[in-house]
Design a binder for this molecule. Structure first.
Ligand code: ADP
Ligand code: MG
Length: 419
């Protein structure tokens, strides 16, 4: 029997709180798992940004990545390690690089999900370049923006095709507002999307591997109150719709960690924003839900490292399209997509693994989230974001919410993996 240490790398940016908790809990778990005749233990460390030789041996088995979408050096290092050394990474960097919001709308429309009517429009302005004038004068068609707006219907949303963090998103109620918004949209390429309004619920479903957390989301609230504290608030069939949709999206694009925003209108969940493959992980926004995230992250990364999970560099879209093209009811298509997604995430194997090897996690985590380490991690994060005179009150607010989580869910009373 060999003693093997699997190494998990954290590729981090401005993250402060969640890595501290992840690292400390991993240490406290002190796992030694008998797997295939070996004794496997786990170690985590932070990935550093440095020059690299493309032929160098990789130091990690799994990397949890938070940088790919904006640090090109980290992205290229990760892609190189996957290609050369079979590294497993959350998330697939190729699909993250190329699947913007617009692409995800198109793909999920093809699968039949109720993405609201969406158009793409040419940008109002272009960066100057040598062949810009001839290209535009030959090929850019004049178009009637007002007529497109009327066709979609109001209210509608104008938003960058590759957007995030609410930047450049405008709610539009009539033709004049549409023309004004376009006028000031500059060089950004925009989508116009029919507003799902009125709606009676806004849910952000966070997926980490095959684990899903439904969060009631209040977009009008201040940042620290946007994630509401209720849990298990949706009837089972509604929760299943959101969970299935998020799981299919994440498997389809090869994203281990992503969130899907859905708005409910007359009982139907309309997905409006589901290319968020680096979701907010900070205690200052997640608060009550933060321990769920840390535990879910540990389970999935330990599973991937322990089982030497293979990175699926090629996505199997045709299998999904073959189902989409069948003449069967949409519910049957979704069930078939979910089967593919469950295969992708090895759900049965993962759940047995957690039952066999990680049953102590609930108890260890429940104790950990009452510790000074967590209190200090919250303080570090709050101090980085809030003005001096608000630090104390916000540290206590987030701490209290985590203590509420301990009372309600921490002991594993609500220990289902899926929510
Ligand atoms: N089709 C839509 N119907 C209703 N509200 C929308 C729609 N699209 C966007 N919004 C509103 O605008 C916000 C930001 O848009 P979103 O697509 O989520 O962009 P971002 O990627 O910047 O979060 C959403 O949280 C929601 O409140
Ligand atoms: Mg959004």
């Amino acid at each position: 029997m060999a003693n093997i240490t699997r190494k998990i790398g954290l590729s981090l940016g401005a993250d402060i709180c969640w890595p501290i908790c992840y690292e400390e809990l991993l240490k406290q778990l002190n796992l030694k798992l008998p797997i295939d005749g070996d004794m496997i233990s786990f170690e985590s460390s932070r990935v550093e940004i440095e020059p690299f030789d493309l032929r160098k041996q990789c130091n990690y088995d799994v990397v949890i990545d938070r940088l790919t979408h904006w640090y090109h050096i980290s992205r290229e290092w990760i892609k190189t390690e996957i290609l050369v050394n079979d590294l497993y990474v959350f998330n697939n960097p190729w699909s993250l690089q190329s699947m913007e919001k617009q692409t995800t709308y198109a793909a999920m429309m093809r699968l039949g999900f109720p993405v609201p009517d969406t158009w793409m429009i040419p940008p109002k302005r272009y960066e100057e370049s040598g062949d810009l004038r001839p290209t535009l004068s030959r090929y850019a068609k004049l178009f009637d923006l007002g007529a497109i707006g009327d066709r979609i219907g109001y209210p509608l949303y104008m938003k960058p095709y590759d957007g995030g963090a609410w930047v450049g998103v405008t709610g539009i109620h009539n033709q004049q507002e549409l023309l004004n918004a376009y006028e000031s949209s500059g060089t950004r390429v925009m989508n116009l999307q029919k507003g799902v309004e009125p709606n009676d619920a806004f849910v952000r479903c966070v997926g980490l591997g095959p684990q899903f957390r439904m969060v009631n989301y209040d977009p009008g609230a201040p940042l620290h109150d946007r994630y509401c504290m209720d849990h298990d608030f949706l009837p089972d069939d509604q929760a299943k719709q959101m969970r299935d949709m998020t799981m299919v999206i994440n498997a389809f694009f090869g994203w281990d960690f992503n969130s899907c925003e859905g708005l409910r209108q007359e009982g139907v969940w309309y997905p409006i924003d589901f290319a968020n493959a680096c979701p907010d992980s900070q205690v200052t926004s997640l608060h009550y839900h933060f321990p769920w995230l840390i535990k879910a992250n540990l389970r999935w990364s330990i599973f991937c490292a322990a089982t030497n999970r293979t990175m699926k560099t090629n996505l199997n879209w045709q299998s999904y399209f073959d189902i989409a093209d069948q003449d069967i009811p949409f519910e049957e298509k979704v069930a078939a997509y979910v089967d593919l997604a469950r295969d992708h995430f090895n759900v049965d194997e993962f759940e047995s693994f957690c039952a066999e090897h990680l049953s102590q996690l609930d108890e260890v985590a429940n104790e950990f989230f009452a510790s000074d380490t967590v209190h200090n991690a919250i303080r570090d994060k709050v101090s980085a974001l809030y003005p001096d005179d608000e630090i104390e009150s916000f540290v206590e607010l987030f701490w209290d919410r985590i203590q509420t989580w301990r009372q309600v869910e921490g002991a594993g009373v609500v220990s289902r993996i899926s929510s």
